[in-house]
Write a new protein. Sequence first.
Length: 218
Amino acid sequence: SSGINAEYGGKKPPKPQPSHQECLLVGTVNAEQSRQLHARLEGLSDRPPEHDECFKTFYTMKTANNTVKLSLVRKERMGEGAKPRVELLFIEYLGTIDTQVHEKLAVRTVVRSYVNANTNPQKFLTDLGFKHDYEGVVRGKRYRHKKIDISIRKIYKVPKQGEIKSAVDILSSQSLVEMTMPVTSVADPSIGEMLSLADSLRSIVRLEKYDVTRMKDK
């Protein structure tokens, strides 16, 4: 729409990513390990890191068989040069993490749909039957090596709706590290390259298959 295009200086906004599967490895680092990891990834990355800062509102909808969870994400990015921040708004669905399909990593389905900033996506979601659950803030950097994304982020939970300043760091002194890569199947040969990259970073961070018991409250 012309409203969204205006936010991008007359250019078309980025196209929504289609539904896809991605491989996932996770880990945590303390402050010193985080500094070391940033330095290592700056040397490995194919392009400058993306500042990853967003505000997420989580919604849930209970069905007869399960509970559907998704989030409304408001993300800010710096424009080119001295241009002001650009705001992206999208609905994000992260499917159930499957730890059974591959021995060394997890797989999940990801769906993102960009939203016109002039609309009311909150009402749209509540009309569908979703209920507001909680809010959170994510801050960090995302690096890209070939098809592989590595993010280092601090995650905060907002205890009272709308009061971002009261956000609480749910990982305390640690940062969450995620390594992801889109795949068409677990037979994708590039998975080996992802595992090799994770192994090369092992002296700084142990990136492992998603552990439901350890991460369920994150």
